[in-house]
Design a protein around this ligand. Structure first.
Ligand code: NAD
Ligand code: MG
Length: 404
């Protein structure tokens, strides 16, 4: 039966790879809905190519976009904003939701997809960083299926026993023997550079990832290694483990995408060319396999695979993420929000690359020193968004202080 797929964040890097796979396998998949936020000419071209049933654009663009759709004789319903994204996630015709919006903007629709019991292909790691417990509970309560697209988490998923794939809480049953998880990290463009080099880094240098081609925010997160910090928190929720059971190892070649260590000494790893089409193809077709079109690994050329310990002084964001996970949901919401504000300030040349970690740390300190906040008061999407707004204010103040 054809899977009806909604691609939320269709105009981005994950959107590109996903749509290439959907186009290559028309017998399996049909594109039911698309969404985009800024590159609306690109979104319009995708509408012409895939002719989905509906498309979501920012609220203020709905009328203009609907006129364009009509003028092109297309029959596509145009929805607006977060409400539109949530409506698509809830649509009974949709089987699979690809959550590929970047940042907190993707949370409401990803959570709605979980509540509607969909098959969710999760790229939007920020949703789990902000709302991991709520998301995983919604997945369990509504029999949703959550398949990670993040290459590391997808690799771990593939290396876990089938019973754990189906129910992540089974990881605690001694019979499965999972000892710890190893998340690999490329180390980004500043792995072999000094902290002073990072301080002087331009936007172009920061987004120039050595192995992966990705959107701007995740590329900057990779340069500060905040990305690995967010992924650590993502892994805790996806695999129901404390942060102490998840280790990070620098692997500059990005060939081993992550590993599961078992109690008998076995390390199971998933390898492949660094191309997001592999994890996306895996999740689209799971438990079957489809051709992704990704170049085969040239094993004879892989004489030098390295595994190194991360430098937590240069990449303090990684340390902050571990601490935030230990502290609780208020801290993880704050870290995510502060990081989004700080990354945007760096893009706008208001702060230095190294200020991102400072802004994140000082925003976390504000929560710690304010007894008015408590982890138990976060029980709903509304609570999370309220805390997110407070944290963004903290971070915006810290941006101003950095500029002085
Ligand atoms: P991108 O910047 O290329 O694309 C982001 C998408 O989100 C676009 O379609 C954009 O229109 C949409 N968007 C942005 N702001 C929005 C808003 N306010 N409301 C609605 N839509 C909005 O980003 P990307 O690299 O494709 O990453 C998407 C997500 O996938 C991120 O969470 C990222 O961490 C994760 N991810 C990406 C990669 C990768 O290789 N690109 C790998 C692993 C995980
Ligand atoms: Mg990743």
């Amino acid at each position: 039966m054809t899977q009806h797929v909604a691609v939320l964040g269709a105009t981005g890097s994950i959107g590109d790879s996903t749509l290439a796979l959907l186009a290559a396998h028309p017998e399996r998949f049909s594109v039911y809905a698309l969404s985009g936020h800024s590159r609306l000419d690109k979104l319009f071209a995708l509408c012409q190519q895939f002719q989905p049933k509906c498309v979501v654009v920012p609220v203020q663009q709905v009328d203009t976009f609907a006129e364009r759709i009509k003028a092109a004789n297309l029959s596509i319903e145009v929805l607006g904003g977060e409400q539109g994204l949530v409506a698509v996630a809830n649509d009974t015709q949709v089987d699979t939701v690809v959550a590929a919006i970047v940042g907190a903007a993707g949370l409401a629709s990803t959570l709605a997809a979980a509540q509607a019991g969909k098959r969710i292909l999760l790229a939007n790691k920020e949703a789990l960083v902000m709302a991991g417990s709520l998301m995983m509970q919604a997945v369990r309560d509504n029999d949703a299926i959550l398949l990670p697209l993040d290459s590391e988490h997808n690799a771990i998923y593939q290396c876990l026993p089938a019973a754990v794939q189906l129910d992540n809480q089974q990881i605690h049953q001694k019979t499965h023997g999972v000892q710890r998880l190893w998340l690999t990290a490329s180390g980004g463009p500043f792995l072999h550079k000094t902290y002073e080099d990072m301080q002087k880094a331009s936007l172009a240098e920061a987004v120039k990832h050595p192995n992966w081609s990705m959107g701007q925010k995740i590329s900057i997160d990779s340069a500060t290694m905040m990305n690995k910090g967010l992924e650590l928190i993502e892994a805790c929720h996806l695999f129901d483990l404390p942060e102490s059971s998840i280790h990070v190892v620098i692997h500059p070649q990005s060939i081993v995408h992550s590993l599961v260590e078992y109690c008998d000494g076995s390390f199971l790893a998933q390898m492949g060319s660094p191309d997001m089409k592999t994890p996306i193809a895996h999740a689209l077709s799971y438990p079957e396999r489809i051709n992704s079109g990704v170049a085969s690994l040239s094993l004879y050329d892989l004489a030098d695979l390295q595994f190194l310990a991360p430098d937590l002084t240069k990449f303090s964001c990684l340390k902050l993420a571990r601490e935030a996970m230990k502290t609780g949901v208020l801290a993880t919401i704050t870290l995510n929000a502060a990081n989004e504000v700080a990354v945007q300030a760096f893009i706008e040349a208001k702060v230095k690359l190294t200020d991102i970690a400072l802004i994140n740390e000082r925003s976390l300190d504000k929560i710690a020193s304010n007894s008015g906040f408590g982890n138990s008061s976060i029980n709903s999407l509304e609570d999370i968004m309220a805390m997110d707004a407070i944290a963004r204010q903290f971070a915006a103040n810290e941006v101003l202080l950095c500029q002085q």
